[in-house]
Design a binder for this molecule. Structure first.
Ligand code: DX5
Ligand code: ZN
Length: 219
């Protein structure tokens, strides 16, 4: 069983008060930061480029979990790795769900010295990706449509988590299972019970007391 990790999503940071919140995160029980990269094409929103990642890593040297919501992850994965990404996840849909392209990008991420994994949107089944699981350090299940923080948790997505947990045992693998979207006081327990070991939480952490909210999910 992997250790439970909380990955606060900086998408919901209060950008009028960044330093104080990064100091609080550094002192908290969060070991990861979740960094959402959106290109305005793959999802209808725009966020951060590689220079911003570099600055965050310097100010708050936690494990950087970079979630690429971009049309061209093959171009951007290496750039984010050069700028501080410890783990990069990319959407299967951005590579037309093509297994050989997905395998190729996972191999490239590993060759660059980072950890890597796949992400699926709510309407994308997870079963077709069984053959690439052996190359994933983590599999990310979206429990909202990617693009925005603060949306409602889609409990149906826990079926994907349960399948990933069973497959991990059957195939004798050790990838982490991460969930992203709508994690809060009402939903985090069901995610852990289904088999998630890595919880992304944005609005829940940053709209409340950061330290206590993270500790509450680890209690
Ligand atoms: C949404 C992002 C999430 C987002 C989650 O596309 O991938 O990481 O920050 O926000 P909450 O936790 O508020 O649902
Ligand atoms: Zn995310």
């Amino acid at each position: 069983m992997n250790e439970i990790v909380i990955a606060p999503s900086i998408l919901s940071l209060d950008y009028s008060n960044v330093s104080a919140q990064l100091e609080e995160l550094k002192a908290s029980k969060a070991k990861w930061l979740h960094f959402d990269v959106m290109d305005g094409h793959f999802v209808p929103n725009l966020t951060f480029g590689p220079d911003i990642l570099k600055g965050f890593k310097k100010a708050c040297p936690l494990f950087m979990d970079v979630h690429l919501m971009v049309e061209d992850p093959k171009t951007y994965a290496p750039i984010f790795i050069q700028n501080g990404a410890d783990l990069v996840t990319f959407h299967t849909e951005a590579l037309d769900n093509d297994l050989s392209r997905i395998q190729g990008l996972l191999d490239e991420i590993h060759n660059l010295g980072a950890k890597g994994g796949i992400v699926v949107k709510p309407n994308t089944a997870i079963e077709p990706f069984e053959s690439v699981l052996k190359s994933c350090d983590l599999v990310l299940v979206m429990s909202v449509e990617p693009g925005f923080g603060g949306q409602k948790f889609m409990a149906d997505m826990l079926k994907k988590v349960e399948w990933l947990k069973e497959k991990r045992q059957e195939l004798n693998l050790s990838y982490r299972i991460e969930i992203d979207g709508g994690i809060n006081q009402d939903t985090y327990k069901s995610a852990l019970d289904a088999g998630c070991d890595t919880l992304v939480a944005g609005s829940y952490v940053f709209k409340n007391d950061i330290t206590k909210t993270i500790e509450g999910m680890l209690a």
